[in-house]
Design a protein around this ligand. Structure first.
Ligand code: SF4
Length: 326
């Protein structure tokens, strides 16, 4: 019987799931993903997590609990320190496996191997070796399994850069056909936020699909190439060393500078330190030029859907009115 490895549909699932899944399957695992977010999953996360944590961490707790309930043998929770050279990921990712181990009862084995490529990309093989050991594979076989999974990751990133959203890109990788948005679009709107906030339909109150339904084409920072993102952050006086903050800020500024969108919506999570800095930075640069309207949406476990929908409708009305007036 293969080892059943659970991956929470949370946090960096939206960037790395196709890669992690294929890597684990090549090692001989059966991969199980937690269910799509529901009120129950969020409530369970809030119950098990410390009050001070940000909303996405609380939600990730709920997804881990969901995997425990599914009876998986191992939960895949890499301790993510850095995914790019000379950059870091928010420290809450580093502490997440420990928080989970302390607070969720009845956990199976937690695979909390560190991912840290801050010094050099090849350090990823410390991670592949440790994961491979779980399946009794040596360093070379584990490294090979990882390298053979990389083309899928590149294909996934390329689909994102072609404008697909993570779930759509994952569907295409599985051979699904993606339906065109049946609504004609007359606006292009950027949605800027952490992937686990903007792509989770429950937590974002279906923000992206609502915008599409209201006739807007949606673009996110993940639909841009790394080069475009880096062009965007070039004009900042200092380098941003948080990978996701750099991607969000660079994406927003690139789209703004190229006049590529009619409006920008920044989505921030309650109790997120980096978001308070990134949101402020993006807003200052964008409002200073005054070229592109900007709106900020804060998400927490109590955010009311009706209020968000009203604000979205008003924002899109304003963008249309502005477009006509020019
Ligand atoms: S970046 Fe913000 S939202 Fe993401 S884990 Fe850190 S504190 Fe939470």
């Amino acid at each position: 019987m293969p080892i059943r490895v659970g991956i929470p549909r949370a946090l960096l699932y939206y960037y790395y799931f196709p890669l992690w899944k294929e890597f684990l399957e090549r090692l001989g695992a059966e991969v199980v993903v937690s269910d799509r977010t529901t009120k129950g999953i969020l409530t369970s996360g809030v119950e098990h997590c410390v009050d001070e944590a940000c909303l996405p961490i609380k939600l990730a707790f709920g997804h881990v609990k969901n995997l425990v309930d599914k009876g998986v043998d191992v939960i895949f929770l890499p301790r993510i320190v850095s995914v790019a050279q000379r950059e870091y990921i928010c420290p809450k990712f580093l502490g997440f496996p420990d928080m989970v181990k302390q607070n969720i009862p009845g956990l199976p084995r937690v695979l909390d191997t560190t991912i840290n490529v801050r010094k050099k990309q090849q350090d990823i093989h410390l991670f592949t070796r440790e994961v491979g050991a779980l399946f009794n594979h040596g360093a070379i076989k584990s490294r090979l399994a990882y390298l053979l999974s990389m083309p899928t990751h590149f294909q996934y990133i390329s689909l994102l850069e072609q404008g697909y959203l993570p779930e759509e890109a994952m569907g295409i990788l599985k051979g699904k056909k993606i339906k065109e948005n049946p609504v004609a679009t007359d606006l292009k709107v950027a949605v800027i936020g952490h992937p686990y906030n903007i792509y989770d339909p429950f937590i974002s109150m279906n923000l992206i699909n609502r915008l599409r339904k209201f006739g807007a084409e949606v673009i996110t920072a993940d639909n841009l190439t790394e080069q475009m993102v880096n062009e965007g952050v070039k004009r900042l006086p200092k380098k941003l060393f948080w990978t996701m903050s750099r991607r969000m800020t660079g994406g927003a500024l690139n789209l703004h500078d190229r006049n590529a969108v009619d409006g920008i919506i920044h989505v921030a999570a309650f109790a997120c330190g980096p978001d308070s800095m990134t949101g402020e930075l993006i807003e200052r640069y964008i409002r200073r030029d005054g070229k592109v309207p900007f709106m900020n949406i804060n998400l927490d476990e109590h955010t009311g859907e009706a209020g968000v929908v009203t604000r979205l409708e008003a924002f899109l009305d304003m963008l249309r009115w502005r477009k006509k007036a020019v």
